[in-house]
Write a protein that binds this ligand. Structure first.
Ligand SMILES: [Zn+2]
Ligand SMILES: [Zn+2]
Length: 313
């Protein structure tokens, strides 16, 4: 044995193979929903938007949105609470159905975002594309959407070792594409069964599937883009994260983004009861049923120490 020291583990990986996968994911799950949304409006000439479409759109948006904010983000990325295994698996499946990436990749990318926020290495900062209005516009387009075409891939062994040790979650992540297809099949089947027609099935697929993916992803991306540029900043944090209180309901509480960067360990993003945070309401409900525990809420002292100005929102 020569006793050679192993090379340091690389934090990010870049390869033509990974970039091909990223381009494919971008076209399938980011560009295709735009075309699907246009098709949904065109299809109104064939099949009207009725109560079935409304229920499918809203219910699947809510379920997959909670999968992303409560599951992917608050539970798996930041470990802000602990959850019973079946709850964790259901949240992982619902988050996967949103079509925003497999669980392990999403968590690794988001942990890197917190590590490098608004500095070199942040996968999606709007503040690193130059000054002036052109630089700001370029930054917004990059952080909202374009970064996903091709980016450095965070090493999951470095960023998500806890997930890789969890066999049930790794299994969910491995079937990511199946879950996305399930999220499209359910509304198609429901639409077809309720209307007993093929046009109803297509309409269900479009509104409960592609339009729902389109709406939810733009809501989530707006956190990465607009809420790292515009909004209020009640807490000191080294990056440029902001709160956008008026969007609290539609983002299921994610728009308290400055609060979140200041206290990433907190399952509550609103922090106060009067700041709407549907994601935290769900965690509280799970805790009341004994299905979630160890909620790591920041103390009043810790909050006071970081507060720089009262939040008007
Ligand atoms: Zn986060
Ligand atoms: Zn952020």
């Amino acid at each position: 044995m020569t006793g050679t020291v192993p090379p340091p583990r690389r934090k990010v990986i870049s390869s033509p193979y990974l970039h091909r996968l990223q381009r494919r994911h971008f076209l399938l799950f980011d560009v295709l929903p735009i075309a699907g949304t246009a098709a949904a409006f065109a299809f109104l000439a064939v099949h009207p938007f009725g109560i079935t479409e409304l229920v499918l759109l809203l219910s699947l948006w809510l379920l997959t949105g909670l999968g992303v904010t409560v599951g992917y983000h608050r539970l798996f990325t930041h470990r802000t609470f602990k959850a019973a295994k079946p709850v964790a698996v259901v949240l992982a499946v619902l988050g996967s159905m949103a079509g925003q990436g497999g669980l392990v990749s999403w968590v690794a990318l988001h942990r890197r975002h917190h590590e490098c926020s608004d500095r070199e290495g942040d996968p999606h900062s709007p503040n690193l594309s130059g000054g002036g209005w052109r630089g700001r516009l370029r930054g917004l387009a990059h952080s909202h959407f374009l970064w996903m075409r091709r980016h450095e891939y965070p090493n999951i062994v470095h960023y998500a070792p806890d997930l890789l040790r969890d066999r049930a979650l790794v299994r969910v992540a491995r079937y990511y594409y199946h879950w996305v297809v399930l999220g499209l099949a359910i509304p198609a089947l429901a639409g077809g069964l309720v209307s007993l027609s093929w046009t109803g099935a297509v309409s269900g697929l479009l509104w409960g599937g592609l339009v729902r993916i389109f709406l939810l992803e733009h809501i989530v991306w707006a956190i990465n883009s607009f809420l790292h540029m515009f909004g209020t900043k009640p807490y000191a944090s080294r990056e440029n994260s902001r709160n956008g209180g008026v969007f609290a309901l539609v983002t299921l509480g994610e728009s308290w983004h400055n609060n979140h960067h200041a206290f990433p360990e907190s399952p509550s993003f609103g922090l106060d009861w009067y700041r709407l945070d549907p994601g935290f309401w769900v965690i509280r409900a799970l805790a009341a049923c004994g299905l979630a525990w160890d909620l790591k809420l920041p103390s009043d002292e810790r909050r006071a120490a970081k507060r720089v100005c009262p939040d008007p929102a």
